[in-house]
Each structure stands twice: as C-alpha cells, then as structure tokens.
Design a protein. Structure first.
Lengths: 170, 288
C-alpha cells in the first residue's frame, strides 16, 4: 500500500490558517494593551475633573451668620497651589469649554499631576482641563462645568462634569 | 503520462523562505506579547485597586460631617481629623484620616433626662420615632454620638435597649461632660483610614472592625485645605485652642478645613511592574 502525503496546497492552507490564528492573538494582545491604557487614562481623567469640581465647591459661597452673602472672588485656581489675584467664583471661562480661557485652564501629566497653565500645553502634557462658572439670574446659584480632554490619546475620550452649587449657611 | 509540472527547487526555496520569515516575525511578536501579559494583568489589577481605594475614600469623605435635621455635625465638630480616635487631642499626622457622620436613615433622638459622665443608661424621647421601634431605631450594638449645642461630643455604644432607654456599654471612652436634657443622640459612623506600614495595606477601621481597602500601598498622604485652597500645616491642628473635652476634644482649626486631598501611591503586586498614583480631592459637603 502506498502512503499518501499532504499535497502542497494542503500544507499551504494549513500554514495560512496557523498564521491567521497567530496574527489574531498578536492583534488581541495589542488591543488589550491599548484598552488598558485607555482605561487608565479615563480613570485619571475622571479623578482630575472631579478634583477641580470639588475645589470649586470648596471656595467660599455662603451666607454669613448675619445673612450677608460671602463669595470668593479672588482665588486663582489655574496655578498649583492656587493663589490670590484671580476671580474665584466670579462668572468666567467659556461655558462651552471648547477654548482655552486664561485662568480657566490647566494642563496635567498622565498621572493627573498639574504641570502648567496658559494658552498652549507645556511639553509632557497628557490632559487639558478647562472649567467655567456660570451665574444664572439667582445670586445664590452657580453652575460649575469641568472638562478634561486627553491631548495625546484622543481615543480615551473626555470627561465633562456639571454641577449646581447653592449658597448655604455655613 | 502525467503532464503535471511540479515546482522547481528555486520556487520551493523562495516560498519556504517567505513563509519562514513571516512565521518567524509573528512568533517573535507573539513571544513579546506573551511575555508582557503578566505586566498587563498587574496593570489591570493596579488600576482596579486604585479605583476601589479612591471610590471608597471619596464616598466616606463626601458623607463626612453630615448630621441630623437640626444641622450638620460639621457646624460644631470636625467632619474629619488627622488622627486615630484614641490619639490625644492635638495629635496630627499626614497619613491618618478619621471621618465622622450621621448616616442617612440613622437612628436618632434626644435625651429626656440629663446624662451624667458615669451613667450606664440614657433615657430618650420616643415621640416622633418610627413606629414599631422600641428605642427609636437604636438596637444593641449601635455606635452613636451624644452631643449638645455647646460643642460637647462623646461616643456611646448601645449594649441593650428597652422602651425609651439605651443601656450603654462601659467599654467606650469615659465621657467628660454632663449632657443636658434635649441633647441629641444619633447613630454615627466614625471611621479611620490609615496605612499599615508593615503589611503595606490601606485599612479602614470602624468600631472594632478593620478591613483592607487596598494592598501594596507604598505611601498615603492627606492634605487639609482651607477656603482659599491653601494647604493647612499639621501644626495648625496641634496648637489649640481646643473645643469639647474628653476623647473627642479637638483643635478648632479643624473646623476651617474645606477640602481634603488624598494621594495614594500603589505598587504592583510583584514589585517589578508598574506603579500608580491615585489623587482624590473632595470638598466637605456638610457645612463647617
């Protein structure tokens, strides 16, 4: 009895299948690495946005015991640490958050640490963070907006948080 | 006659060469990829741990200082302190945080009779309490705080209940003050976050229970910010003046804290992989 081997076509098909499978798993690994990086970026993005929102919440916006309205109108938030000489909770920044408004924008590295402010990002910036304060007609109400957008990895998506702050007695 | 023409040797050699090169390249990529898998897993684990620790801490910080319908606790007592509950007043360290709040739907009432420092039971109002409750929702084992309008505050632990009466455990810190009738009694959470440097675990302690919030924590720092968002030096919480008395005596500068920032540095489980830093910033929501 004569043993019949594989034909060349069979071998080629087998190898092609093998290659496709290997290429698939290589692709999968690259995909997983990218997804992991994006997840991390998103985590940093959310924490950074909520940090700025909470800093805006920390500024004075309250009734004093005598009923007088107290509002912080001097803290400059774009610097780290914040200092005097800014506009505090006075309305400012672009509510659409689509342009850099000096004093209402800063830049963060990929761990969320502050690395600069101004119209253009410094080297190493991974995120741009913009915020805006809107004052509706009611003097005891503020609308606070924060946007964090990745600079280098657009796929990570952006974080946009909005909250209402009410003047309360403290 | 077959009439079939085979491949020439040259064709075969070239085809094999191309195939080998492709397979070789793919295998090399696969090898690198597989070698990176543990790093990938550790990075995922690291992200997960950072997220859990940040979320847990932030949830507690957001609740800190909340009180009863008569007003937030933080109007009179610190929502958060840089010390463990047993530490002397004026202790302040950068890697410990204790938060205090009356949770939503907590059992609460007021004293009907004054509560002396050594008293073993407290008589409370039951009018206006949820129906079907014996002692206004308090049960054996409830951790509570008693406080009055003059910045006095003390912990209580309910050992047993009867109609309108809380039998108090003697095991908690002795009370320093007499609480007049009308003082509030409310179920409360007092929880401490601290880094155990031996096991490198971030731990949350509440009452006698401790659980681990995150493993492989390299460093933990809390910063205390005032209304200008300036970091307050720990010395500000050590030098008095002090309010209240006994175990919950506190430096009044703690009432100026508006925002708390926590930095948690995490290492990978194996110690070789990546590291991560989680920074959370939370404004104390409840007055102060």
């Amino acid at each position: 009895m004569q043993a019949r081997g594989f034909t060349l076509v069979e071998v080629l098909v087998a190898m092609a299948v093998l290659l496709t499978a290997t290429a698939g798993s290589v692709h999968l690994l690259a995909f997983a690495t990218r997804a992991m990086h994006i997840a991390r970026m998103q985590g940093v993005s959310v924490l950074s946005a909520s940090a700025r929102l909470d800093e805006l919440r920390g500024l004075r916006f309250e009734f004093a015991e005598d009923g007088q309205r107290l509002t912080d109108l001097s803290t400059y938030l774009a610097a780290s640490p914040p200092h005097d000489g800014g506009s505090g909770l006075a309305p400012g920044g672009a509510a659409s958050l689509d342009v850099n408004v000096s004093g209402f924008v800063d830049y963060l590295d990929d761990s969320g640490a502050w690395i600069g402010e101004g119209a253009a990002p410094p080297p190493g910036a991974a995120f741009v963070r913009r915020w805006a304060i809107e004052a509706p007609a009611d003097p005891d109400l503020l609308l606070l907006h924060v946007l964090v957008r990745p600079i280098v990895n657009e796929a990570a998506g952006e974080t946009h948080l909005v909250t209402i702050r009410l003047r309360v007695e403290r | 006659m077959t009439g079939e023409r085979g491949f020439t040797l040259l064709e075969l050699v070239v085809a094999t060469g191309v195939m080998l090169a492709t397979t070789g390249a793919l295998m090399t990529m696969l090898h690198h990829g597989l070698a990176r898998t543990p790093v990938l897993e550790e990075a995922a684990d690291l992200n997960q741990r950072a997220r859990v620790a940040a979320e847990r801490l932030a949830a507690d910080l957001r609740a800190a200082g909340s009180g009863t319908p008569s007003g937030p606790l933080s109007a009179r007592f610190p929502a958060a302190e840089p010390r463990r509950l047993g530490d002397a007043p004026g202790s302040a360290v950068s890697d410990v945080l204790t938060i205090r709040y009356v949770p939503a739907h907590a059992a609460r009432s007021r004293l009907v009779e004054p509560l002396e420092p050594g008293a073993g039971s407290a008589i409370i109002e039951t009018a206006g309490c949820p129906s079907q409750t014996t002692a206004c929702g308090f049960t054996a084992g409830t951790n509570a705080l008693v406080f009055d309008a003059s910045s006095q505050i003390d912990p209580l632990r309910v050992e047993a209940i009867s109609a309108g009466t809380l039998v108090l455990a003697a095991s908690v810190a002795p009370r320093a003050a007499t609480y007049p009738a009308g003082s509030e009694v409310a179920e409360a959470v007092e929880a401490t976050y601290a880094l155990d440097t031996d096991s490198k675990q971030l731990r949350r302690t509440e009452g006698n229970g401790t659980f681990t919030v995150a493993d492989h924590v390299e460093a933990l720092t809390f910063e205390w910010l005032d209304a200008r968002l300036a970091v307050m030096p720990l010395a500000a919480f050590q030098n008095g003046p002090f309010h209240a008395a006994g175990s919950r005596m506190f430096d009044v500068d703690l009432l100026r804290v508006r925002v708390i920032r926590a930095t948690i540095q995490l290492a990978s489980g194996s110690g070789r992989g990546p590291a991560a830093v989680a920074r959370i910033t939370v404004a104390l929501r409840n007055g102060g």
